[in-house]
Write a new protein. Structure first.
Length: 324
């Protein structure tokens, strides 16, 4: 227990250091970005005094070191301030966009894990057969295909050519607004189908390849021979083998979720999905520094926390792992 406590403290300190580095790099990048946020509002009727007053209102006229310290404090307190252009608290904007992103990636994650586990386990158990060769080849192809290319092709085929699914957005104009109303709405699931399938086409490859590899290791274990000696049917033996092969997948799910959360930026743009990634791109185009910084911070924090959960979870579920 003492070893785990020391390991946890070390990991938390390392997480804090990495987070500080990320925040510092973000601050430096936004300082070096060309352009001035006030230029989006300035026209020939603005006097220099009015421009300076606007900069003071936004804190842009303060010394850089003071902006940096205030920036670190606000980020740690999740006080992202007010959006320059939407005139809303950035925290409320981020919560709304995170809910939208979660509504897109969670169904894709569930489908990828369940289907990938079944297909990967069968492929690993039937090593050398046509099913395994087809599965591995298809998985490698899908994993190497850029998601934005697959998204554009899916949009062209299923939305514009066949017209089976809507081309973008979360709901149709005048559709449900709250998350619960969308979850029980057929219109929402129709809009979700295409981006979800594009995500699944890539993310399912991880569980498939991981379970296949893990199943190959478990397949030669002695406990399977004992189960056969007891007279268990082949299907029951496959289930027992799959349970033991699931160990690496449990921790991979946390990493997979982080990858999904930060890797959906292009898909949100392609499918006009109002999530965190699309909001980040829009904020960068508008020089809306508070929103852009908050979006990058949230994505980085989610990634770091889920990687920490994966490391800790592996030690919990595998008794062979020690922290001494």
């Amino acid at each position: 227990m003492a070893g785990f406590r020391r390991y946890l403290i070390r990991r938390l300190l390392l997480l804090g250091f990495v987070l500080w580095c990320i925040l510092t790099i973000m601050f430096a990048l936004f300082q070096l970005l060309p352009g001035d946020p006030t230029s989006m509002f300035v026209d020939s009727n603005f006097s220099q005094e009015m421009i300076e007053r606007q900069k003071q209102l936004w804190g842009l006229a303060d010394p850089v070191w003071l902006q940096y310290l205030r920036y670190l404090r606000n980020m740690l307190l999740f006080d992202f301030g007010q959006s320059f252009f939407q005139n809303e608290p950035v925290r409320e904007i981020m919560v709304d966009k995170m809910v939208n992103t979660t509504l897109m990636i969670v169904p894709a994650l569930i489908v990828s894990v369940i289907a990938g586990t079944i297909v990967g386990a069968v492929a690993g158990w039937r090593r050398g057969g046509p099913f395994e060769r087809l599965t591995v080849g298809t998985s490698l192809f899908l994993h190497s295909a850029p998601s934005f290319v697959v998204g554009i092709l899916a949009l062209m085929v299923f939305s514009y050519q066949l017209q089976w699914l809507p081309p973008g957005g979360m709901v149709s104009l005048g559709g449900p607004e709250s998350a619960w109303e969308m979850l029980v709405s057929r219109d929402f699931w129709t809009h979700l189908a295409l981006p979800c399938l594009v995500l699944v086409s890539r993310e399912i490859t991880g569980p498939i390849l991981l379970l296949r590899s893990s199943m190959l290791e478990v397949k030669g274990s002695d406990f399977l021979d004992i189960l056969r000696a007891k007279g268990l049917p082949e299907r029951a033996i496959v289930v027992h083998a799959t349970r033991n092969a699931l160990l690496p997948l449990v921790t991979y799910i946390a990493v997979m979720t982080a990858m999904l959360f930060q890797g959906q930026v292009l898909l949100e743009i392609i499918f006009s999905w109002p999530g965190v990634g699309r909001e980040l791109v829009q904020a960068l185009n508008d020089l809306d520094y508070p929103v852009a910084q908050a979006a990058l911070y949230v994505m980085a924090l989610v990634t770091l926390l889920l990687n920490l959960v994966a490391d800790l979870l592996y030690g919990v579920i595998d008794p062979r792992v020690t922290y001494e």
